[in-house]
Design a protein around this ligand. Structure first.
Ligand code: NAD
Length: 475
């Protein structure tokens, strides 16, 4: 899936078409026998139709998974071969995976192409770096719905590369694509005892899989609040030193000064704040625009927002799809309503009907400190600053305690150095959008409340999946 060999749009449409009305079935994929239970519908956020059904894991299934988990003791070469084979199978099945990404997760074709490429890159990258160290044992991998293929596959393939017995718990909203990923990994040669899928609610299944003393480590990507809950559960129940690799939320800022190229900055903002309906951990939440250009710049930004096409991501023309479910929409709308009541909403758009849509919205704020939490949707907060206050703005951004992404648009070289030296963020982007990472060359991860590190897709990540006393020899 490198750019030179990506399929054409027509080929993608043709490959996806047979899956337009398909209903997928998912449930626990265990090394032992799963107990039958009542299936629940999984819903397409664009039109609220069912995409398939999930049978959640029962307490007996969780016990079966824990009892039958076996570290993957195949040779390093065999493990690498299976992970590479899985990457081939992901690519070969792209039509079905793109259909799942659109219908289960609300992803447009550009988003789906980027996500599959990232998933495949993770598989091949970790396959090329099988650690020469002992596995941690049973590794629980807990993933979010917003990158249901890439993050899921990245965690699982890292834990497998290190030889662990993996228990994968996908997000409630996206179990179907996780099921297909695990089926393809099994087909590629990963034994069932080394990789089991244990889907179900985080508060029950996730909690059980992070508080059982048989678990040797946890990889988690999701909200900061859940990460703190998991850390407490692990401290109380797991062996001392059991690793928690947590990648969590952010309150990401961008600074646009009066020397920035306006067209470039506006395009970067559209992508950073509204692509994937703002449901990326890296997404821009608070834009600081220099006072001197603010009126003209915001006029231009609002005009550019009017060119966005909102709707069902199955359609090729769609730029921004729905938010993941009704609960997410209600939380975002409550935030917008509160701002509207204070007269701070400065741009609203028409919302498509039929699914859980939220239209891109601009809200004026005095600064990032006014945001109490990450609003995980297409809402951009805008603040103005005077040039002499730049250091105060930097302190304010650092003061959130998060540190995931940061963007800067300026043409002053010294300012790039000055700001980047002071901002606490895992990933800093200059004169471009602030979303995206490249496995291997641009690893991704946060500081402070945004994550524990090491960065996924970077040279130190795999070592954390190994037994604590052997980690130093992992890379
Ligand atoms: P979430 O924390 O609600 O859920 C994430 C996962 O944790 C789900 O699988 C859920 O079932 C599980 N879970 C919930 N409660 C649990 C518990 N008590 N014990 C164990 N597991 C539990 O997050 P979400 O809404 O799915 O995802 C959005 C969040 O993820 C945002 O905050 C976003 O910034 C963050 N995120 C971060 C990154 C990153 O790389 N830093 C990437 C993607 C998403």
């Amino acid at each position: 899936f490198d750019l030179g060999h990506a399929p054409t749009l027509a080929a993608i449409e043709a490959a996806r078409a047979p899956w337009r009305d398909h209903q997928w079935q998912a449930g626990p994929l265990l090394a032992g026998t799963a107990t039958p239970d009542a299936p629940e519908d999984v819903t397409n956020p664009s039109d609220l139709t069912p995409v398939g059904q999930l049978t959640p894991s029962s307490a007996a299934d969780i016990e079966t998974a824990l009892a039958s988990a076996q570290p993957w003791n195949a040779s390093a070469a065999d493990r690498a071969a299976a992970l590479n084979k899985a990457a081939d199978l992901y690519e070969a099945n792209y039509g079905e995976l793109f259909a799942l990404l659109a219908r289960e997760a609300g992803k447009s074709i550009p988003d789906a192409v980027a996500e599959l490429r990232e998933a495949v890159d993770f598989l091949r990258y970790y396959a090329a770096r099988i650690p020469d160290a002992a596995p941690a044992g049973i590794f629980t991998c807990i993933s979010p719905w917003n990158f249901p293929l890439a993050i899921f596959s990245g965690q699982v393939s890292a834990a497998l590369a290190a030889g662990n017995a993996v228990l994968a718990k996908p997000a409630e909203q996206t179990p179907l694509i996780a099921q297909r990923a695990v089926e393809l990994l099994h087909e590629a040669g990963v034994p069932r005892s080394a990789l089991q899928l244990v889907p179900g609610p985080g508060s029950r299944v996730g909690a059980a899989l992070t508080s059982d003393p048989r678990v040797g480590g946890v990889a988690f990507t999701g909200s900061t609040a859940t990460a703190l809950r998991i850390r407490r559960a692990m401290a109380a129940n797991l062996k001392p030193g059991a690793p928690l690799i947590a990648e969590t939320g952010g309150l990401n800022a961008m600074i646009v000064d009066s020397t920035a190229l306006p067209e470039q900055a506006v395009q970067s903002i559209l992508e950073s704040a509204f692509q994937s309906a703002g449901q990326r951990c890296s997404a821009l939440r608070c834009l600081y625009v220099q006072e001197d250009i603010a009126d003209d710049f915001l006029k231009m930004l609002k005009g550019a927002m009017d060119t966005l096409t909102l709707g069902d991501p199955w359609h090729l023309s769609t730029d921004s799809g729905p938010v993941i479910d009704a609960t997410a929409r209600a939380g975002i709308l409550a935030h917008i309503d509160a701002a509207r009541a204070e007269g701070r909403v400065i741009k609203e758009m028409q919302t498509p009907q039929g699914g859980t849509f939220v239209a891109p919205t601009l809200i004026e704020v005095p600064g990032i400190a006014a945001l109490e939490q990450e609003i995980f949707g297409p809402v951009l907060h805008v603040a103005r600053f005077k040039s002499r206050d730049l250091d105060r703005v930097i302190a304010e951004i650092n003061g959130t305690g998060y540190g995931l992404t940061f963007g800067l648009h300026t043409r002053i070289d010294d300012r790039v150095q000055h700001v980047c030296d002071r901002i606490h963020a895992g990933n800093i982007y200059v004169n471009r959008n602030q979303i995206g990472a490249i496995v291997g060359s641009q690893p991704f991860g946060g500081e402070g409340l945004s994550g524990t590190g090491p960065k996924a897709g970077g040279p130190f990540y795999l070592s954390r999946f190994c037994a604590p006393d052997r980690q130093n020899s992992a890379e």
